[in-house]
Design a protein around this ligand. Structure first.
Ligand code: NAD
Length: 351
């Protein structure tokens, strides 16, 4: 593994992953491809622009010609696909781009990766092909649908997505699976729970609440706020992906989660108390349609088979994350302007 194509590497998790890999190992060359949509931000990559092991290319994963050119020029041997439209609320308002980017974009990457398979030089009859490109699809626990009060998602469960976002991610997972089953491509799929940490776009729960709290703005909570998610620090997600890249069994799906279930309202109250603000800021708003009640991840497979474990304790991780947002107000201010303001006002109808 030498030349890794990381897509969506200017977004929240992708940019953290790029830095995680560059910090750990100098043997990798990273080709970071991102279309720089509203969620992509080159400021997330500040400090590594000069790193000779990192090349950023602005490109859309749906652009077959450009992606093919990148594979050929940079001799790509590994793909980690983070690029996606990722916000459930937006997928309700504008589903089409979720389908084109998340499903068709994935298919373009797979198709091109398939073309860069290398013939096994040891097989003189060339009957067997040794795939030369490893492909890892970064997926989400949301593809499983919603749980009741008990139970956990395991990898063998049927996919029952409830939002256009999760349906598009489930569609991508199916295409990835089919390229393994049909062509024997060396793929893995990871399905992670909700991430938190630095550089998360402020439309998502935790940075949104921190940002509003700091400005004394209302904290909009969908429904009764009792929706439960399993929260994982983004650095733990990065280390889990690295484990799957290095040790994952070809064709397998791995759930990633931290056994850390919290309701939305618990998270918001933790932010309020950490920032010393008043719970009067909380404003319950109409629930969003199709809002899944509870997600919980069974991480037995990745912990027992690959030896991965999360390193972050939630309280400490949240404390550091809140501090990061407090110390990086300029980063937030540069985002929370222009188009984002229009989007926010449309969604919540007040500020
Ligand atoms: P994000 O929205 O912060 O980043 C997505 C990135 O993809 C952006 O930089 C954007 O510019 C880029 N992008 C979008 N469309 C593109 C296209 N057509 N071509 C190239 N680049 C494009 O999202 P994130 O939270 O960092 O999520 C990254 C991945 O992880 C997604 O696939 C998401 O489904 C998955 N995931 C996210 C979470 C989470 O809690 N955030 C949890 C599990 C899985």
């Amino acid at each position: 593994m030498q030349n890794i194509l990381i897509t969506g590497g200017a977004g929240f998790i992708g940019s953290n992953f790029v830095k995680f890999i560059l910090d750990r190992d100098t043997q990798y060359k990273i080709i970071n491809v991102d279309a720089l949509t509203y969620a992509g931000n080159l400021e997330n990559l500040k400090g590594i622009a000069e790193n000779s092991n990192h090349t950023f290319i602005k490109a859309d994963i749906r652009d077959r010609v450009k992606i093919d050119e990148i594979f050929s020029k940079h001799n790509i041997d590994t793909v980690v696909n983070f690029a996606a439209e990722s916000h459930v609320d937006r997928s309700i308002v504008e589903p089409e781009i979720f389908l084109t980017t998340n499903i068709l974009g994935t298919q373009v990457l797979l198709d091109i990766a398939k073309n860069y398979w290398k013939v096994n030089p040891d097989d003189k009859y060339c009957k067997e092909y040794k795939p030369g490109v490893k492909y890892l699809q970064v997926s989400t626990d949301e593809v499983y649908g919603a749980l009741g009060k008990t139970g956990m998602f395991v990898e063998t469960m049927p996919l029952l997505p409830n939002s256009p976002y999760s349906a598009s991610k489930a569609g991508a997972d199916m295409i990835v699976r089919s390229y393994h089953e049909t062509f024997g491509m060396p793929v893995n799929i990871t399905r992670c729970s909700n991430n938190y940490g630095p550089y998360q776009f402020p439309e998502k729960l935790i940075p949104l609440m921190i940002e509003n709290c700091l400005k004394g703005k209302k904290l909009p909570i969908y429904g009764d706020g009792m929706q439960v998610r399993d929260w994982l620090h983004v650095y733990d997600h990065c280390s889990a992906i690295e484990s799957v890249l290095n040790k994952g069994v070809v064709g397998e799906v791995y759930n990633i989660g931290g056994n850390n279930e919290k309701s939305n309202i618990e998270i918001v109250k933790l932010i309020i108390s950490t920032l010393g603000k008043s719970e009067d800021l909380i404003k319950y708003v109409q629930d969003r349609p199709g809002h899944d009640r509870r997600y919980a991840i069974d991480n037995t497979k990745i912990t027992t088979q690959l030896g991965w474990a999360p390193a972050y304790k939630f309280e400490q991780g949240m404390k550091e994350t809140i501090e990061w947002y407090l110390n990086n107000t300029e980063w937030i201010e540069n985002i929370v302007s222009g188009d984002y303001v229009k989007y926010y006002e449309k969604m919540y109808r007040y500020s």
